[in-house]
Design a binder for this molecule. Structure first.
Ligand SMILES: Cc1cc2nc3c(=O)[nH]c(=O)nc-3n(C[C@H](O)[C@H](O)[C@H](O)COP(=O)(O)O)c2cc1C
Length: 167
């Protein structure tokens, strides 16, 4: 069968075209944190998606080149920290390579089971990691939400067209 919309077997669009398309797509900003025993790790992400209600699942993408990947790959649990609109500096810190992202002024604590959690966020989810799905140069992490904390009165941090925004 032929169709004008039939996908052709190509390598897809170029990375610049891909980035250009997603610059127009606003997204909430989170920091994913975990600790598998080697100290806390975390990275800024906009790929968080609410995936399933029953069971409660989320997904996010992580680059296999990321310094956090070897840790997330071995983690049983992680924390999704929803950044608040006054946490742009936190978003920048957790997207900066080669620094200690948990050093002051980063304000963080540990949950009872040891997961690192950022203070001052709009809320957080403690998740149990269930699947790591190969997806190009990333892995799609599928995780079950075990616990949710919402901080009333804090607006979200958004990323759009290469800059941070509040609502
Ligand atoms: C707004 C924004 C969103 C990002 N989203 C993701 C994401 O969803 N997944 C990911 O692996 N990296 C994402 N990154 C990149 C990471 O935050 C981080 O910079 C990258 O993992 C490099 O860290 P490394 O030097 O520790 O390897 C994002 C960065 C920014 C600024």
């Amino acid at each position: 069968m032929t169709s004008a919309v039939t996908a052709r077997p190509t390598a897809g669009i170029a990375p610049d075209r891909f980035r250009q398309a997603f610059r127009r797509h606003p997204a909430g900003v989170v920091v994913i944190t975990a600790d598998v025993g080697g100290g806390p790790v975390g990275f800024t992400a906009t790929s968080l998606t609410s995936l399933s209600l029953t069971p409660p699942l989320v997904s996010f993408g992580i680059a296999t080149t990321s310094s956090s990947w070897p840790h997330v790959q071995r983690a049983a649990t992680a924390v999704v920290n929803f950044l608040a609109d006054d946490q742009e500096s936190v978003a920048r810190t957790f997207a900066t390579s080669g620094i200690d992202r948990f050093a002051a002024p980063t304000d963080w604590a540990r949950l009872p089971d040891g997961e690192p959690v950022l203070r001052g966020s709009a809320g957080w989810l403690r998740v149990g990691i269930e699947q790591l799905v190969p997806a190009g140069d990333h892995r799609l992490v599928i995780a079950r939400v075990e616990e949710a904390h919402v901080e009333a009165g804090r607006g979200p941090l958004l990323f759009h067209d290469g800059t941070y925004h509040s609502l």
